[in-house]
Design a protein. Sequence first.
Lengths: 90, 782
Amino acid sequence: MNPKTLLTLQPGEAGIVERLSCTGSLRRRLLDIGLLPGAQIVCVGCSPCKDPKAYLVRGAVIALRATDSRQILLKQEDSSEAGIRSARES
Amino acid sequence: MKVREIESEKRVAIAGNPNVGKSTLFNELTGLHQHTGNWTGKTVSNAWGCCRSKKFSYLLADIPGTYSLLTRSAEEERARNFLCFEKLDACMVVCDATCLERGLNLLLQIMEIVPQVVLCVNLMDEARRKNIRIDLDILQTRLKIPVIGTNAHDPKCRKTVLDALDHFFSEPSPEGKEEHIPEGKEEPASEGKKEHAPEGKEELASEEKEEHALEGSSKNPVITYAPPVEEAIRNLSARLRQILPQTDLPFRWISLQLLLGDTSLLAELDRYLSALCPEKGILENVLSSSMPSGTQDLFTDQVTCKIAEYASSLCKEAFRVSGRAHTARCAHCCKNCIYALPSEQCGLQETSSAYLHSLDRRIDRILTGRFLGYPLMILLLLLLFWITIVGANYPSELLSSAFSWLEGKLDAAALAAGLTPWLKDLLIYGIFRTVAWIVSVMLPPMAIFFPLFTLLEDVGYLPRIAYNLDSYFQKCHSCGKQALTMAMGFGCNAAGVVGCRIIDSPRERLIAILTNSFVPCNGRFPALITMISLFIIGTGKFSADPHAPASSAGLPGHAFVAACCLTALILLGVLMTFLVSRILSATLLKGVPSSFLLELPPYRKPRVGKVIVRSVLDRTLSLLSRAVVAAVPAGLLLWLTANLTFHGRTILSLCSGFLDPLAKRIGLDGTILMAFLLGMPANEIVLPIILMAYSGQGFLQELGGSASIKAILTAHGWDTATALSVCLFSLMHWPCATTLLTIHQETHSLKWTLAAILIPLSAGITCCILFNLLMQTIRFFL
């Protein structure tokens, strides 16, 4: 099974960061904004062309491109389902 | 304590994350008017300002926002170098109360460089609205630095901040103060963390923190890193101290940065060093000898995690959320606090659902929605232009009649003073009329458009534009933040070029710099409006009747057509930006798109009154001064060229005759091309020069009435096609002199400055030729 990445999150779904698979400046940027292992991240929307998606990380909304979010691996949990459920409920 | 002792100036820098209100605070403190906006990267260069308090006078520096001090982009590098190499008395770190964790992250890093730090938790009111309460006392105890809470828009905050600074500087010694706090206090922090996050990794971290607590406040360490990192830091900083014995740099921090592979700091140090010791390459040797290979990423992770963990534990302690919110089950409370609470305190479901149903998100869903996103962007632009054109008509008429009245008075005064006729002609008809024309035609649209645009900026819409357009920029292998720099280009291309510092990748930054002039700036904008309102909506067909009333722009219907044309022109500029960016990244600046990381700030209520007053005043003054500075010599030069003769012909007609064959090819004429050349110092004067040159005596025939302008132009063979060619050429030709100078400063390269001239010029010529071919074909068939 392929590892779950941030890219697989659809708007309304949430996940927990496991590790970052990128290096160099992108890695530092991501660490700076708080995408450390264990951080929770919620996909909150996507732009008209679907590519940059907006994510809620530690209180701020950050837009990330698909190529970048592919580098962020998430924990294999079904927390995302919970996310969808709650979004549907309310 | 010594009372009322005015010492020499205290140098205080204001640092912090992007978009936390540093500039607003700075303005509030110094009474200056730095531009502020609700988006990341508004401030890209340092600004200085003075302010006085009861005890001291301060020299404050507003530096660009940064997420961390491990820099990547040019603007962050400036902030870093400033903190590191300027001799500062203190640094005030501004944090966003609704996003405290990230702010503390930076604070901890800054505390490593500058020992004297004051924390200012800004946006307390916004936090309160989101039901976040922050215990400033806890922060103060833990961090051992003064902590204050402010609302930057609140006039009272000035007193709060200055009192805090006064108090800070009148303490005998900041180090001494630290010692009052018992070191044991560090304990609860690590214990608290154990409760919240029972993970193996965190255990390790808290052990180290205990070690740090034992080590106590032995001068430096804010945070103690993992033993291998500490070891490496110790080694390297000892070596650095040997190289730079007499300097007072933050060695511990510099060593850390070098270990994490900060190459730009290395270059900066080299420059710093070269002033002190002539030996070259000494740093590289030291670094390569004391750095174990392949440890960079490992160290980076360890250090960043360590800092972030500490920040998060601090943050957790400081949050005082009312009542039961600490238990993660309380969804109701979480709904209000989700913006700021460290992750573990809220359940995932609550967090996501709370944000997904917040007002911000609902607005975003419309403004960046799949179907509405782009149409709304275009409609908004259209609306702005429409308001501008309709609104500008009346003040424009008013101003021009006022000026012609004034001119009559001046004329009489000059006669009475007995000025020689040629001097009077020169002063009044040459200079005064040009200036008056610029002011009356160009000022009103600017004074309407820019406040509106600034309002959009204040609300926080600009980052959404970048977000919407990013996927196209990605296809052009460039960065979505280019959209932000284009938006700044509307104000002034030079400002847009400087704004390109927010783009991290040097390649993408260069693309953004080179294409910035495809957005019509402040100076070209009114000329476009005038052209469009004269020729496109004044008359329907190509048969331009010089006697037709052309000032029908006041009618809402016509204004709407004009706004549509203007929007189309701007869209063409945007399209060209994409096209040229794509071509550039396939040829001269080859490369694949790099990462893109943009923060979408919360929507904020704009301060309407303040925005309008400021932007009218600022823009008006700057436009006026620019117009006068550029138009006076241009008016003089024109008067001379039009009145001096050479072989029986005026120099003006000689020049334009020379340019004529070339200009005819692109649907212009020699005079127009020459006006564009002469208008290089300031694009505002292109149209006035054309008019002056046409009216034979070398000055504007008469003031006011757009009908008279049109009469002059049509008399010289202008029709709608010419006007449109002028619009196209105005949109795409060389950037003005100021912009070129700025480009040279930013790129440090003559080659790219030249490219910045040639690229838009060739695009403009191509467009004009194509357009004229099209027009000829249409005429042929009609």
